[in-house]
Write a new protein. Sequence first.
Length: 164
Amino acid sequence: MNNSKQPLTIAQALNRAAALCARSEQSQSDIREKLLKWDLNGGDTEQILQQLVEQGFIDDRRYAVAFVKDRFAFNGWGRIKIAHQLRLKGIPAEVIDEAMGAIDEERYSERLIELLRAKWRTVSQREPRAAWAAMMRFAASRGFETTLAAACVKEVTSIDAQDD
């Protein structure tokens, strides 16, 4: 990124990273990745990260709560997909579990029903088994739990899962 310019000093990198964190919540892994792209060595990167954490610019708990709220509200993701993405960012399991508390149980089901109703318009003309399977795959792809998805699909479609 800085190919034609002088390498960033530690102070410049710290200021730049702090500005990023001030604009939006960032995880340690996000900032670590950026610092390494700016050609900082591992020791300097860890020093800057430590300073950002100490100064309150980076807080993985705060980041996880914001991530959960955003991905649920704006992307329509379920708990499974959200937790997976947070694990990929290196967020500890206990922090993820705490952050999941930000999702209201009633709103969680309502959101899945909204998503399934929109999907139902595209699959309702299919044979009932195929429609059921498509709806379940859709819910799973969004990261919703199978038992909740089955109940919500049943509510939206009035199709019962058929056993063979």
